[in-house]
Design a protein around this ligand. Structure first.
Ligand code: ACO
Length: 275
């Protein structure tokens, strides 16, 4: 697969990150036609994430080539991601990126900006123009769980272990994961999962709607490819318009949703038949 070149910018994010810099951070990014793949690639550290990871994700999102319809997020090695780099909890922190104790000294505005920047790495994965798929094996802990939650769909291996560990460490999940979790599993189950920091394994993940599909570990890549083929079989503009409708449905009344459907359909008909 060729690395993306000269992508057209879609968002208002920072500049494009070079492939070399991505490799240093521990991310592989490839674009093949309509499919982009982001692989966390620091398996020896179980794909632990840092602020640099999130900045790079935001840059990828902000520079995603227009032709991309599907974004696959995966992790190399035994774990999808073991969450935030535990060096953040040490006084030394992550070189060049500080620590939690240095972050605690920031004034409120600067701290909020830092969190918002990190969250930009996750939020773009819900854009209507794309469908994002998390391919999750092994541990998806904390920020790893939230990265999987940031995607539209989760296809998981039968050894998956989701865990929202933040409350056990005195923190809250703040990488955009709380809303999708509540929407997927309901408030009571989300409280149970987060406030116990317990592990959710594959059968439960499937049962409560955290995972769309569970497959054997060796079949994960194939299952993702199958889903991609299904998703690419529909019209791209109709797919984006339908995703917009589905995403807005929760906040609208039935009447408002009906109006929104009519407006989107009118655009579709104009595009298909002119007028
Ligand atoms: N940050 C930095 N390094 C990590 C992390 C992490 N989050 N997780 C694992 N590693 C490193 C280990 O230190 C070890 O490095 P070393 O070989 O240099 O000693 C290597 O990855 C392998 O880790 P093991 O623990 O040996 O791997 P194993 O497969 O047995 O266990 C597991 C994997 C369960 C994920 C375990 O590593 C673990 O519990 N990690 C910490 C999870 C965590 O608490 N994350 C923070 C959540 S909160 C948040 O994300 C905001």
């Amino acid at each position: 697969m060729a690395e993306a070149k000269a992508p057209q910018q879609r968002g208002g994010y920072a500049k494009e990150v070079s492939g070399e810099r991505l490799a240093e951070i521990g991310i592989r990014f490839e674009v093949d036609g309509e499919i982009a793949t982001i692989a966390l690639d620091r398996p020896s550290k179980r794909n632990a994430q840092t602020f640099a990871t999130w900045a790079a994700l935001a840059d990828i999102g902000g520079n995603l080539p227009e032709q991309v319809r599907i974004v696959v997020v995966s992790g190399e090695g035994p774990s999808f991601s073991a969450g935030i780099d535990l060096r953040m909890f040490t006084p030394e922190g992550v070189p060049g990126q500080g620590s939690f104790s240095s972050a605690a000294q920031l004034d409120a505005t600067t701290f909020e900006q830092r969190i918002r920047q990190a969250q930009q790495g996750f939020l773009w994965l819900r854009r209507p123009e794309i469908v994002s798929i998390a391919a999750v094996q092994g541990h998806a802990i904390g920020a790893g769980f939230q990265l999987a939650l940031a995607c539209d769909l989760r296809i998981v291996a039968d050894d998956v272990k989701f865990c929202m560990k933040e409350p056990a460490l005195g923190l809250v999940p703040d990488l955009t994961g709380t809303k999708p979790l509540v929407e997927l599993v309901g408030l009571a189950k989300a409280i149970d999962i987060c406030l116990t920091a317990r592990v959710v394994e594959a059968p439960e993940a499937l049962r409560i709607g955290l995972a769309e599909r569970v497959v054997a570990r060796d079949d994960l890549a194939g299952a993702v490819q199958d889903k991609i083929a299904e998703l690419l079989s529909t019209n791209r503009d109709a797919a984006a318009a339908t995703k917009r409708l589905l995403q807005g449905a929760h906040a609208r009344t039935l009447e408002e949703q009906a109006v929104a459907e009519g407006l989107e359909q009118s655009q579709r008909l104009k595009a298909l038949f002119g007028g």
